[in-house]
Design a protein around this ligand. Structure first.
Ligand code: ARG
Length: 458
């Protein structure tokens, strides 16, 4: 047991209580941030003449020494300490003696942990953003190469209208692009420094909070000390953004699992991203896609957990807030791994373009276009809908498709049909004619790809 307090206590803490209260097991993840924040705090204290030059130098050198020793494996984080803040401070005092006891001047662990968690989260926001950017690049490259890779588009998981792989991937491009915008937004809102808020009501020392904030790359100091020590909104927003990223990844995984199934065979997941069965030798399973889909649950869990933890907490700091860490760390790590693995999986995945086109050809994905053909010949849409409905029924009975029927057969349903129907309902025409922006027609897609390239170059 090692702790920073005890003066007003007459008894030692019960060991079980100590263990239950301690957080070093998981908050040691904040080691770098804790040292970085402490260096900034000491620098500011020195500049404000709250510490002497010598004390400031000794503290900063001591902190750099701790950082180096831990990084080089010469110093292990002592898990008998209560938390990472206690570990750093105790070690500093061991190294430099009394000057080390002055580091905590004008600071509380409440604003210290608020800072550490914010620094950690800020880094994660940037890192996940860069992983998403890489995923977007893979998507856009694939889109560019597949402007004429036809496939069925679905509603209700039933074939609906023909589209292209570029168009289908483009939908996910938009989703992950919005995810990045959300991260940017969160960054803008969270990038203010809580250090100097003290326990809850600021301090009587003449701190320069603006200076500390600028040393740590923040836009400025937070403006209310009570809020500073008890705000976890930024983390809730981040977990919410992470949950949305997982929801997008999970939907994409679900599609890949379907595309990879024996029935569809639209894609083949690379051997490096597949796994086998211990009993069925023929199996090659899409485990990575399934795991990403499955891990969505724990990320949602982290969001629900923190929302629930925060909901009844009176101002300002309460120990409940220590519970903001474990699941949040797990969620951040999970999302990082999922994006990296998912990106690798789709980068190496092969498309079976013949199967995809064949699937788009049958299943009457061109029925809307056949109706539009009649409309263009002057038939009111509602009547055209009925005619094509009867035509589809005829095809189902004969086990054939619209484009495989002879002109006489087509004419037996409606004498409006002419020879040009075959071109009108071909896959190529069906896609090419969809040329409004956002649609799968190659010209429209090229424009979207151009805009997207510009966006990625920003
Ligand atoms: N381990 C604590 C946490 O993560 C640090 C802050 C402790 N503050 C306190 N007043 N006990 O929240």
């Amino acid at each position: 047991m090692a702790q920073l307090w005890g003066g007003r206590f007459t008894k030692a803490t019960d060991q079980l209580v100590y263990d239950f209260n301690a957080s070093i097991r998981f908050d040691q993840k904040l080691f770098h941030q804790d040292v970085e924040g402490s260096i900034a705090h000491a620098t500011m204290l020195g500049r404000q003449n709250i510490l002497t030059k010598e004390e400031t130098r000794a503290i900063i050198d001591g902190l750099h020494g701790i950082l180096k020793d831990v990084e080089e494996g010469k110093l292990a984080i002592d898990e008998t300490q209560e938390d990472i803040h206690s570990f750093v401070e105790a070690n500093l005092i061991d190294r430099i003696g009394d000057a080390g006891k002055k580091l905590h001047t004008g600071r509380s662990r409440n604003d210290q942990v608020a800072l550490d968690m914010r620094l950690y989260t800020r880094e994660q926001v940037l890192h996940i953003d860069s992983l998403l950017k890489e995923l977007l690049t893979v998507l856009l490259d694939t889109m560019e190469e597949n402007l004429e890779t036809y496939m069925p588009g679905f509603t209700h998981l039933q074939k609906a209208q023909p589209t292209t792989l570029a168009h289908h991937y483009g939908a996910y491009f938009e989703m992950f692009k919005r995810d990045r915008l959300r991260l940017k937004d969160i960054y803008e809102r969270m990038n203010y420094c809580p250090l100097g808020a003290g326990a809850l009501a600021g301090t009587t020392y003449p701190l320069d909070r603006g200076y500390t904030a600028s040393l740590l790359g923040f836009y400025g100091p937070t403006l209310n000390s009570m809020d500073s020590v008890s705000d976890r909104d930024y983390l809730i927003e981040f977990l919410s953004a992470l949950s949305t990223i997982m929801m997008h990844l999970s939907r994409f995984c679900e599609e890949i699992i379907i595309w990879n199934s024996n029935e569809y065979q639209f894609v083949e997941i690379d051997d490096a991203y597949s796994t086998g069965s211990s009993i069925m030798p023929q199996k090659k399973n899409p485990d990575i896609a399934e795991l990403v889909r499955g891990k969505t649950g724990r990320v949602y869990g982290a969001l629900m957990s923190l929302l629930t933890t925060m909901k009844g907490i009176p101002l300002a700091y309460n120990k409940d807030m220590q519970e903001d860490k474990e699941m949040a760390f797990d969620a951040m790590e999970t999302v990082q791994n999922c994006i990296v693995l998912f990106t690798g999986m789709i980068r190496t995945m092969k498309f079976k373009k013949d199967r995809m086109a064949a699937s788009a050809m049958n299943g009457f994905t061109n029925a809307t276009d056949a109706a539009d053909y009649l409309v263009n010949k002057g038939v009111p849409f509602r009547d055209a809908h009925g005619i094509i409905g009867r035509l589809v029924l005829y095809c189902i009975e004969k086990n054939t498709s619209i484009d495989a029927l002879g002109l006489d057969e087509l004419k037996s349903i409606s004498d409006i049909f002419e020879d040009d129907i075959y071109d009108a309902v071909s896959l190529k025409t069906c896609v090419e004619k969809r040329l409004t922006i956002g649609a799968p027609g190659p010209e429209a897609m090229k424009e979207v790809i151009r805009i997207s390239r510009e966006y990625l170059a920003e």
